[in-house]
Write a protein that binds this ligand. Structure first.
Ligand code: CU
Length: 129
């Protein structure tokens, strides 16, 4: 009886183990990627990865979490482009988190008080097939 039970349960345990082991890979494809938007306190604006690399492209259709650190009450962080229009206020010093999904397009982030000098762009590309 005991042997029979063990024989039946072992394949199930292996199956469950296999599913659990596969789960992190599935999550990696759906978990939002975090980017960092920073403006001020100097006359500077940027969108970077966690390691500080300036963002030049993102993947269209993926979820991104954008942590915006607006460190000045004379600048703001404004993100705009196809389907996206988010901004902090010029007056406020604040940190906010936005959940954004981009379409295949070019996006712009800028300070509305200094749109000529405090501006950056990046491209959202369709995922590689
Ligand atoms: Cu500004």
């Amino acid at each position: 009886m005991r042997t029979l039970l063990r024989r039946r349960l072992l394949p199930i345990a292996l199956l469950v183990g296999g599913v659990l082991a596969a789960a992190p890979a599935a999550n990696a494809a759906t978990t939002a990627i975090t980017l960092y938007g920073t403006v001020g306190p100097t006359h500077a604006i940027s969108l970077t990865t966690k390691t500080g690399v300036r963002v030049k492209s993102v993947t269209a259709g993926r979820a991104y979490t954008i942590v915006v650190r607006d460190r000045s009450d004379i600048h703001n962080f404004h993100l705009r482009g196809s389907g996206v229009a988010r901004t902090t206020s010029i007056d406020a010093i604040t940190t906010v988190t936005w959940r954004v999904t981009f379409r295949a397009a070019t996006y712009t982030y800028l300070c509305d008080a200094h749109p000529e000098s405090m501006v950056g762009t990046f491209v959202a590309r369709a995922p590689a097939a």
